[in-house]
Design a protein. Sequence first.
Lengths: 159, 289
Amino acid sequence: MPDISISLIINGENHSATVEPRKTLADFLREDCRLTGTHLGCEHGVCGACTVILDDRAVRSCLVFAVQADGADVTTVEGLAPVGSLNPVQKAFEAEHGLQCGFCTPGFVVSATALLQRNPNPTENEIREGLSGNLCRCTGYQGILRAVRSAADAMTENA
Amino acid sequence: MKPAPFNYYAPTTTDEVCTLLSDLGDEAKVLAGGQSLVPMLNLRLARFEALVDLGRVEALRRVEVTGDRLTLGAMVRQCDVEERDDIGAAVPLLAAATPLIGHFQIRSRGTVGGSIAHADPAAEYPAVALALDAELEIAGGSGTRTVAARDFFLGTWDTVLEPDEILASVTFPRWGSGSGFAVEEVARRHGDFAIAGAAVGVRVQQGKIEQATIALFGMGPTPLRATEAEQSLVGLEASSVDAKAIGALAVATMDPSEDLHASSQLRRRIGATVVSRALGRAIQEAGVA
C-alpha cells in the first residue's frame, strides 16, 4: 500500500507529508498536524463535528481523504482567528451561550463562519438550514441560533 | 471507523481513468465527490483494492450551455449547480433539486455525475435526469457511448455502467418558454434522504399544457416516471388541472418498499402528495396562476 506525498496549506502554513491513502483529512489534521480542534464524532458524514474549510468551502473532513486535499488550502477552527483572539462567530458563541460541552462546537463555528461568508445576512430559516448539517446533544440549539444571528448582525454592522 | 487500506490513483485524463479501470478490474472503485462512497468505506460496508479519483480530471468539470441543451461534466459539484445562474437558468429543475441534496457541506463535495452513477433510489439528481430524458455520456476502455436516462438505472445502486466505464457527462435538454418546474419531497429532517419525492415539469402554451413530465424518487428501486399521469395532463387547461387526482394517478401502479421510516402505503400517499404539490408549483411557475 504505497504511501503518497502531499503538500497543502493549513491555516496559512505549508505542510508536506507522506500519508497512507486511506487516511482521512480529519485524521491527518488531528494526528499528523496535531490540530486537534477538528473533532471526530460519527466518522461517516452525519454529525458535522469535523467540518473544515477546504478551498473556500465547508466540508466534512471525515469524508475527504488527505490525498484528495493535495495542493488545497485548508482552514480549521484553529485558523479562524489569530492565536489568543476569536472571530465574530466564536465571540457570539461565547456571549450567547452557544455551547455546553463543546464537542460539536468546532464544527458549528466553522459551518457558521462559512455560511456567513457566503450569505452575510441570512434569514432565520437560512440559519436553521445552514446549521442543519451539524448535531449538538447539549444545547437544544437555541443558543447556537442566537449566536449565529448575533454574529451576522455584528459582522453586518462592522462591514 | 476507518476505511480498509487501498491503493490510490489520481489520473488527469478520462483515457487514463479508463485504462486504469480496465487494468484494475472490479477490485477498483471510482471516487467522485465521495459523499456516499466514503461513508460506506469508513463503515467498512464496502472495501476496494484501489480507488481511482476523478478529482484531477479537468475535462470532467466542463459546463456547456447552448440554446437547446446543457451539458455538465460528471465532476461538476453540486454547490456549483446551486450557485451558477447560467446552469439554473438553462435547467431550472436542477436548480430546484439541488438545495434538497444533503447539507451545504455535502454539496461542497458532491458531484452531478457521482449522484447519478451512485443511483440511490431516493436521490434527487437521478430523478431529474429521468424526468428530463437526459443523455448520459459513458466513457470506457472500448470507447464512448451514450445512454438515455430511462435505460441507465437498473436497480438500487445499480446502473448499466461496466466496471471499466465512468459516467463522463450529462446532457439535459432545455425546455422553451412557458415552462415551469418544481421538486417536492418529504424527509424526516432537512437534508435526510427523502421518504418520497417528485420532480415535475410542465410547458404551457395558450393556457393549455403541451408537455408534462413527472418523475418520482424513493418510490421503487430506481427513479420512476409516471407516464400515464403525464399523458393525462397533455391538452388540459393548465388553470383547471386537478393536481390531487394527477398525484393519485401517478402512484396508482407503484409499489414502493417499506422501511423504518414509512410503510409502503404511507410512501404511496406521500408520493401522491408530492406530485400534486410539485405539479401545482410547476404550473404556477409556468405563468398560469
